[in-house]
Design a protein around this ligand. Structure first.
Ligand code: PRX
Length: 697
């Protein structure tokens, strides 16, 4: 039986027939309540629409609870029933899951479906084609410029994937080899990911907004056999020369002993002419010159469920990015299942996730999750406000998108652009909305619900991480009432707990550190080449549990409210950036002696990067220097990590032992000057006054 603490609905029983809600019946929120949060968000229940619920995969809290209960009491039975819907060349051993989740008992180990032999590309493509989906559209591609588009059916996608797979094999890429993909949102990006998976190669997609230094760092870490890129791309009005960035990164990698023999380059004539592309004969190969020559069928490399599928680098609290490693079988079962339930996916849906495949959201919910379900996925190359702020809804109407999944930062920026940009489009096709990447504030939630979704579409606010592979805490549309701003309740098989600083599990209404009690199939298995760091970062802080790095509050109804990172990670527009990474980029500037970076609230981006810098003795602070410090961060990490404020700091507040007091810096950055707290323990308390005086310098 579920114990009290594992029953996510233990506080919600009384909500089976919720009637009284703040502000009356808000199952249809009224537009006039926009921006006005009710006195208590906890009481703001948005009831599911009855008609929606009657057709949903999960129709009521009771049905959810029954399924959830089984997933916790009998995880092996629950997950193996689902896994059996996929194709396995050979079934897994009797042990569906083998784990040690407790550092005190030895090395952390997570294995799901070990011994099972399968292939995720086969399950995305061949299996769906055999089931009759060959002529169904797999990818709808919308280019940066309106009017540029394309489609691929499942049959066509398989052919293209096989051609790339055959090419990769031909140049010597084998099972277990790493392949770096540095591509924008062209169809070739998911095609290449699937091609790698088909031959058992381990892809590592690097977001094409990362700088040459960041790309080099990743190349040096995983030593790929090949780098796959494109000459240039247009994003909004800008042209980005990707090949130059790749050339620099390959050069830097070679300086560090990692040489790249092949750089497969997609020719993107819309953004750059072939003849203008810098070229290194012998190493660089045009995609279009080789790929079409290869056969459109390619045998599958069958792999163990625990063989690696991909590596994805993410930020942590040190300057060195972490190579999060996901394996095949558990990830496959988990992304497919979460996609199906959290979006209430139906075969007739047209699904659009605005994330780039360079981030985990694009891995799990542009490529694998949807395609495992045989879905029609929209891939958009451009940006949502180009050529105007109505672009997203223009696309929704053009393709009759039914599920729209995006980030709160986009919601907030569209909200600022005005309702008219939304309401002049029909959006009648929409039925489910989704949010990811950071907490969605209740006013943005309401606007998304009322204006974008015309008060009819449930919002799946999905809490998860690169490390978790798939959704962990998420509403299931139609299953239970939502609360604006809450990610609600755990997905099947997930046991979230909230602990205090001593690692003691808290009961009932509480807030603290969000941890997970047992493994789930989509969990990452290690940090590439550094299992020690994996254990130290995630399993040692609260022994026995996986520590997420997030703070969380659970309300009286058992709903979860994520409160943001509790470590040195900043979340800017849903992008995860380590303060240490930005600091190390700043101090690489020859005139910067020391840097301390904090995240502060930002109206649109969620958080903004605020950097305090101490200059080398005798160097005067100037506008020019400010710009070149920001440039250092853009060059070392990427434009998305640029600080929005540089605060010149002749001295930083430090303890007598030399530790920077970030708590004080955060207060200065957010101008909460009456909340500085005790500054008497500082080695030099006068620096605080000096910093305040220089705040608007
Ligand atoms: O702080 C949480 C926030 O994003 C972090 C994970 O970042 P990343 O690995 O880049 O993955 C982003 C996409 C899954 C988390 O630790 N986060 C993500 N989703 C939410 C969220 N915070 C609140 N609510 C969410 N729905």
């Amino acid at each position: 039986n579920l114990t009290t603490s594992t029953n996510p609905l233990r506080h919600v029983e009384s909500m089976k027939h919720p009637q009284s809600v703040a502000g009356g019946n808000i199952s249809k929120l009224n537009a006039v309540t926009l921006g006005e949060a009710p006195a208590s968000e906890e009481n703001a229940l948005v009831l599911p629409n009855k008609e929606f619920s009657s057709k949903a995969h999960v129709q009521s809290p009771e049905q959810y609870l029954e399924m959830y209960k089984r997933s916790i009491e009998d995880p092996a039975g629950f997950w193996s029933d689902i896994a059996s819907e996929f194709y396995w060349k050979q079934k897994w051993s009797d042990k569906v899951c083998d784990e040690n989740f407790d550092v005190r008992k030895g090395r952390i180990k997570i294995e799901w479906f070990k011994g099972g032999i399968t292939n995720i590309c086969y399950n995305c493509l061949d299996r769906n084609i055999e089931a009759g989906l060959g002529d169904k559209v797999a990818i709808l591609w919308e280019g940066n410029e309106p009017g540029m588009d394309g489609t691929l059916t499942y049959n066509q996608l398989l052919h293209q994937v096989c051609q790339v797979a055959n090419y990769l094999k031909d140049i010597g890429v084998k099972k277990g080899d790493a392949v770096i993909i540095y591509l924008p949102m062209l169809m070739e990006l998911p095609i290449t990911m699937l091609a790698c998976a088909r031959i058992g190669a381990v892809h590592s997609v690097v977001f094409a907004g990362f700088s040459a230094e960041s790309l080099a760092q990743r190349i040096i870490d995983c030593k790929p056999k090949v780098v796959i890129t494109c000459n240039a791309v247009k994003r909004g009005p800008k042209t980005i020369n990707l090949k130059d960035i790749v050339d620099t990164a390959i050069y830097q990698s070679a300086q560090n002993g990692v040489s790249i023999d092949v750089c497969l380059t997609y020719d993107n004539p819309v953004a750059m002419k072939r003849e203008d592309t810098k070229w290194q004969e012998g190493r660089d190969i045009w995609w279009q010159d080789v790929i079409p020559r290869y056969p459109t069928t390619c045998p599958v490399e069958w792999v163990d469920a625990e063989d690696p599928l991909f590596l994805l680098y993410t930020s942590g609290s040190t300057g060195k990015p972490k190579g999060v490693l996901h394996t095949t079988g558990g990830y496959m079962v988990y992304t497919a299942t979460t996609f199906k339930y959290a979006f209430d996916y139906k075969p007739s849906d047209v699904y659009w996730c605005t994330a780039d495949c360079g981030w985990i959201t694009g891995h799990s919910y542009v490529t694998y999750g949807p395609m495992l379900n045989g879905a029609t996925v929209l891939v958009f190359e451009g940006v949502p406000n180009y050529p105007d702020p109505g672009r997203s809804w223009d696309i929704v109407d053009k393709y009759k998108v039914t599920i729209f999944y995006t980030a709160p930062t986009l919601v907030r920026s569209l909200m600022r652009d005005g309702d008219e940009n939304v309401t002049r489009y029909s959006r009648k096709s929409l039925r489910v909305l989704g949010s990811v990447g950071e907490p969605i504030n209740p006013s943005a939630w309401r606007w998304f619900f009322n204006v974008v979704g015309d008060s009819t579409c449930p919002i799946s606010d999905t809490w998860w991480q690169t490390e978790t592979g798939g959704f962990m805490i998420t509403p299931l549309p139609g299953a239970w009432p939502q609360k604006p701003g809450s990610a609600t309740l755990p997905f099947f098989g997930v046991q979230p707990i909230i602990v205090n600083e001593k690692g003691v599990e808290l009961e009932g209404e509480c807030s603290g550190y969000l941890c997970i009690k047992k493994s789930w199939p989509g969990a990452f298995r290690t940090l590439y080449g550094d299992h020690e760091r994996y254990e130290t970062t995630y399993f040692k802080p609260f022994p026995g549990y996986y520590f997420s790095g997030d703070g969380c509050r659970r309300d009286k109804d058992g709903y979860h409210w994520l409160t943001g990172r509790v470590d040195d990670v900043i979340n800017v527009s849903g992008h995860r950036i380590g303060t240490a990474e930005v600091e190390s980029a700043l101090v690489s500037h020859p005139q910067c002696a020391e840097a301390a970076v904090v995240g502060i609230e930002h109206e649109v981006k969620g958080q903004g990067i605020y950097a305090f810098v101490t200059l080398v003795d005798g160097v005067p602070y100037s506008e020019e220097l400010r710009k070149s410090l920001i440039l250092a961060v853009r060059n070392q990490i990427g434009a998305f990590a640029a600080p929005y404020k540089i605060h010149w700091a002749p001295g930083l507040p430090k303890t007598r032992s030399g530790k920077i007091m970030r708590r004080i810096l955060r207060k200065i950055a957010s101008r909460q000057l009456d909340e500085l707290g005790d500054t008497s323990t500082l080695a030099d308390p006068s620096v605080v006054k000096q910093l305040i005086e220089l705040a608007d310098c």
